[in-house]
Design a protein around this ligand. Structure first.
Ligand code: CO
Length: 221
């Protein structure tokens, strides 16, 4: 057991050293305060790490991750991170990031029984059922899953934009925008799903237009 920790601790020393070689004051400056501009809500999948994908250093992105990047209105964990990000850190951009080939979305899609997590993934099944007719009209199962991964992002952008935290922030004129993005495991590329939300006016029709685009044209260009 300790052998394995030794490996990780050694890796950590090497990383710390390499950062200090580029900027000797890096950790000292960062320890004083964090001022990230971005808040990332993504999947817990080990292949989708926020900082590495964005090419950002510690201190540049505030992060919350859970299985299938779901924003639930009763999830005090997610809401607390959101509230801190918006009210205290005053982030300017909130990135809801899904990914293609998501195991959580796939399990939800296929009704796979995995245990306790089925209850969490029920939220993704709600997304599937909401768009069932359009999803079932797609012949290729891989493309169905791609669309559900994208739909799940748009749904969470909607959920997030409907929280009291976002309503209050926009009511007081705070400049903060919610974005939906999707990440490709196969090429490491992040795509914008073109649903930036910076006000709660007409939110539902804005969401519906973004959903329509997923089914009528390429989701991203
Ligand atoms: Co995932």
């Amino acid at each position: 057991m300790s052998n394995h920790l030794d490996f990780l601790l050694k890796q950590n020393r090497l990383w710390s050293q390499s950062v200090k070689e580029k900027d000797n004051e890096f950790f000292r400056d960062l320890a004083a305060q964090q001022t990230p501009k971005y808040f990332w809500i993504g999947c817990a999948d080990s292949r989708v790490p926020a900082n590495e994908i964005l090419g950002l250093l510690p201190g540049e992105v505030f992060v919350h991750r859970n299985v299938a990047n779901v924003v639930v209105h009763t999830d005090l964990n997610c809401l607390s991170v959101l509230q801190y990000a918006v009210d205290v850190l005053r982030v300017q951009h909130i990135l809801v990031v899904g990914h293609y080939g998501c195991g959580g979305v796939n399990a939800a899609f296929q009704n796979t029984r995995l245990g306790l997590i089925d209850n969490w993934l029920r939220h993704v099944q709600d997304v599937r059922d909401k768009h069932r007719t359009r999803l079932m009209a797609i012949a290729n199962p891989d493309r169905q899953l791609d669309r559900l991964c994208e739909l799940n992002v748009l749904e969470q952008v909607l959920n997030l934009s409907e929280t009291t935290i976002m309503h209050d922030a926009w009511a007081r004129g705070q400049d903060v925008t919610v974005h939906g993005l999707i990440y490709g495991l196969e090429d490491g590329i992040l795509h914008d799903l073109n649903m930036p939300v910076s006000t709660d006016n007409e939110l539902l029709s804005y969401y519906e237009a973004a959903v329509d685009r997923l089914f009528t044209s390429a989701a991203w260009t």
